[in-house]
Write a new protein. Structure first.
Length: 91
């Protein structure tokens, strides 16, 4: 799905549950996640996540690249959306 359709996708959604969160090594996937997180944040939709810690999903290599600010913003917003929600961890 193209990121331009994410707003329609989340219409009426009251919470998002992410399972099996893991590091991302594909820049296209990472930028799609950034767009989704931006839409969720703007709509104030809480996120519950399990798996890897949300502040570790973008690698150091990705954070050193040209989209650093986008990745840091997405991380910050994901953490804000999970604030007050217990973040589960998968073994």
């Amino acid at each position: 799905m193209h990121p331009s359709r994410y707003l329609t996708l989340i219409e009426g959604v009251t919470a998002v549950f992410l399972t099996g969160v893991h590091g991302i090594d594909d820049q296209n996937v990472a930028l799609r996640l950034v767009a989704l997180v931006d839409r969720l944040y703007d709509a104030g939709i809480p996120v519950v996540a399990s798996g890897a810690k949300l502040d570790t999903i973008f690698s150091e290599e990705m954070l050193a690249g040209g989209y650093r600010k986008k990745y840091l913003r997405a991380t910050s917003r994901l953490l804000a959306l999970t604030a007050g929600v217990i973040q589960a961890r998968e073994p």
